[in-house]
Design a protein around this ligand. Structure first.
Ligand code: C5P
Ligand code: C5P
Ligand code: ZN
Length: 484
């Protein structure tokens, strides 16, 4: 415990120093260039820093990127900022940054495993440097939040965005799908700031916005046999329980059900799970729900998990600016547009999943991994989402990591997205390390978290890259088998 406390103290000192540095540049009226990651966590981090800089009257610009490469670095250089702040990325690219951004002050607020050494011009804030687990205890938005709070205590109201970021990165790994570690402290801040209510409730996706029978049918985690994926059966199930799906001409969402109706629904679902042999799923029916009480009811911003999917969709469908502006407080038309982007994102996911199922060789099972061959059909910005979805379904029985890839636009590069389960990471598998090592063999770039990682490699090398990764995972599995 003492070690943990001292790690948090050291991390907090580092956060305070980063805040001091940023405010010095802002006060000197230096131009600040913010670069953030394209996913939900990155957009939330950009929104937090953007809002904090705006309150400081700083001059700044925000750019959203999927990764850092030489071209992006030269863009930064040509902008001649006084300070560059990278959020939710940077630690994986210390070498490129150090090599090309000489005489250039950089602050990194990240939670990815650091690769390489930071040069003296790079001020890196990263939980891993203090042995705090950046894959589940704090996200990129969380690191940005602590810095924003150190800049001004009134920025506590940005804590909700950090919660959205952490949920987007699937950090709800504590009991009953709750956030813990430093994320737990952010949850406390949000409750104190009056913008968050934490509840234990049925874990249906779309509790604020979707008609209850649709929410039930769309829920796959936990899997509800005879209901998941079957809207008409879900409707009949609710009818059998005398829970009306509509009142007047208004659909009812889960939030509209009375406590008594929820209890009835929960106990009927438990019976259904037990009778179909899924007793193990009963406990996952109820989980931790994060309600952003400052947001309007019945909007997709009210449930922090729905908010995170909305943000993800804007980033992945080239509308990152819209996501950031929602994080910075834009509503009205921006929210309407984002709703359309979300619908399009869902359609793309469905289209890609059916395409993958059409031909047997598009999802391949190798000795130690599954490979998803997205080729040039799947959008490389959505390959990560598909990899996450498929890893929960494919590896349910044999727990092989999933390695998905897709070609990057017209370039001769493929984007690789790797995912594994908590069971394998708890035994020591680190996909971030695997991606980094394997990509280096082909002059690519790889890294990330133990559970979710990625890489960019030359297209011509993808077959050899996959073979190498399969071999590396196999070696690791054999070592584990010997050790156990
Ligand atoms: O770059 P960043 O850390 O923000 O992204 C982590 C990515 O890994 C997210 O896209 C998140 O959804 C994914 N992830 C996952 N499964 C986990 C943890 C994270 O798919 N268990
Ligand atoms: O892009 P994807 O969602 O698959 O990335 C999974 C995780 O790996 C993210 O946290 C991402 O930032 C990280 N990553 C990385 N270095 C790369 C590619 C991905 O750190 N070259
Ligand atoms: Zn992140």
């Amino acid at each position: 415990m003492a070690a943990e406390e001292s790690a948090i103290r050291d991390f907090t000192n580092r956060v305070n120093d980063a805040a001091k540095l940023i405010s010095e540049y802002a006060l000197k009226d230096g131009f600040i260039h913010v670069v953030s990651h394209l996913d939900c966590d990155g957009l939330a981090a950009a929104g937090i820093i953007g809002k904090a800089l705006w309150k400081l009257n700083a001059r700044f610009r925000i750019r959203i990127q999927q990764w850092v490469d030489e071209e992006i670095v030269s863009d930064i250089v040509s902008d001649k900022p006084a300070l560059t702040v990278l959020t939710d990325l940077g630690s994986g690219y210390l070498d490129i940054l150090g090599k090309h951004l000489t005489d250039h002050k950089i602050v990194i607020l990240d939670h990815h495993q650091p690769v390489g050494e930071a040069t003296p011009d790079i001020f890196e804030v990263n939980p891993h440097l203090y042995e705090i687990d950046g894959s589940k205890d704090i996200s990129g938005a969380g690191v940005a939040y602590f810095v924003a709070k150190a800049l001004d205590d009134a920025n506590k109201c940005l804590s909700c965005l950090a919660i959205v970021g952490a949920l987007g990165d699937m950090q709800d790994k504590y009991e009953k799908r709750s956030l813990g570690g430093l994320n737990g402290k952010i949850v406390q801040d949000a409750i104190e700031a009056g913008c968050l209510k934490v509840e234990k409730d049925l874990m249906f996706f779309g509790r604020e916005t979707r008609p209850i029978h649709k929410a039930l049918a769309r829920t796959t985690s936990p899997f509800l046999p005879g209901i998941s994926g079957e809207e008409d059966k879900s409707w009949a199930f609710l009818k059998g329980l005398e829970i009306p799906v509509k009142i007047g001409d208004r659909w009812r969402a889960l939030r509209d059900l009375s406590e008594e109706e929820k209890r009835r629904l929960c106990s009927a679902l438990s019976d259904q799970l037990v009778s179909k042999g899924y007793a193990g799923n009963v406990l996952s029916l109820i989980g931790t729900v994060y309600v952003l009480v400052s947001e309007e009811p019945w909007t997709c911003l009210r449930d922090a998990r729905e908010f995170s999917v909305l943000l993800n969709s804007t980033g992945r469908l080239e509308k990152a600016g819209l996501g950031v502006s929602i994080c910075m407080g834009d509503r009205g038309e921006a929210l309407e547009l984002a709703g359309e982007v979300l619908a399009e994102y869902r359609r793309s996911i469905t289209k890609y999943l059916s395409w993958l199922m059409e031909e047997p060789d598009r999802i391949e099972e190798l000795e130690s991994i599954y490979v998803i061959h997205g080729g040039d059909f799947i959008n490389e910005k959505i390959i990560g989402t598909l990899s996450s979805i498929l890893s929960t379904t494919l590896s349910r029985s044999n727990m092989k990591p999933v390695i998905a890839y897709a070609t990057v636009g017209e370039e001769d590069v493929v984007k690789v997205s790797a995912r594994t389960s908590g069971v394998l990471t708890s035994k020591g598998l680190d996909l971030g390390e695997v991606m980094r090592e394997a990509a280096e063999e082909f002059d690519g770039n790889g890294g990330g978290h133990n559970i979710a990682a990625g890489a960019q490699v030359p297209s011509k090398d993808i077959t050899s890259f996959i073979k190498l990764v399969d071999g590396m995972v196999k070696n690791w599995m054999e070592k584990i088998a010997v050790g156990s």
